[in-house]
Design a protein around this ligand. Structure first.
Ligand SMILES: Cc1cc2nc3c(=O)[nH]c(=O)nc-3n(C[C@H](O)[C@H](O)[C@H](O)COP(=O)(O)O)c2cc1C
Length: 170
């Protein structure tokens, strides 16, 4: 699949088959995330890969009842490591570490699509609750449930027109 086919085909998946994601597939996904660019190549984020059923169900509770988090065979949580970036970049490290983590999550999401897996970016959750469940003092940026899609959404989510989105300065 070309990159452009992949981005056209990708859509959020919120229903997963019971089929497991293999160790090899998980490694491939993580290597894709690890290849993302980051400020100063510091990679100021952490990834927690959650397969524990009880913990996934607790994440549902901390995410306003988004049940598909419990259904996915694996959930990747991306945590911001602000301290790592701020040591070098001061105040700017806050922004850089947010960007580092979300770019890495994007790479993982696109890799999942390329591998025939599905995912959904989950940003609606209680930060403190998720951090407590993951036993971390780092800020959770995004939860990414990944698995084999049970069904594809048949509705195109649509996008803004480029004219509305872009301003050229020539
Ligand atoms: C920052 C961010 C937060 C999001 N949070 C959620 C969420 O909590 N739950 C959810 O079901 N989808 C969430 N989404 C997915 C969007 O709803 C989805 O990407 C958007 O509607 C476009 O649809 P598509 O991904 O199928 O193209 C989030 C996406 C982003 C980028």
């Amino acid at each position: 699949m070309t990159f452009f086919d992949l981005t056209k085909k990708r859509s959020s998946i919120r229903s997963f088959k019971e089929r497991e994601v293999s160790e090899g597939e998980v490694e491939k996904l993580l290597k894709a995330a690890n290849s993302a660019p980051s400020a100063g190549n510091l990679q100021s984020y952490e990834i927690v890969a959650i397969r524990n059923k009880e913990l996934k169900d607790e994440l549902v509770g901390a995410s306003h009842g988004q049940k598909f988090l419990g259904q996915a065979p694996i959930v990747f949580a991306f945590l911001q490591d602000e301290e790592r970036s701020s040591k070098k970049y001061g105040d700017r490290g806050k922004l850089y570490s947010t960007q580092d983590g979300t770019i890495a999550a994007t790479y993982l999401q696109l890799a999942a699509e390329d591998m025939g897996l599905g995912s959904c970016w989950v940003g609606s959750f209680e930060e403190n609750e998720v951090a407590e469940l993951l036993e971390t003092d780092k800020r959770p940026l995004v939860l990414l449930p990944v698995g084999y899609p049970a069904r594809k959404p048949n509705k195109d989510s649509g996008r803004r027109e480029l004219d509305d989105l872009v301003r050229f300065i020539d």
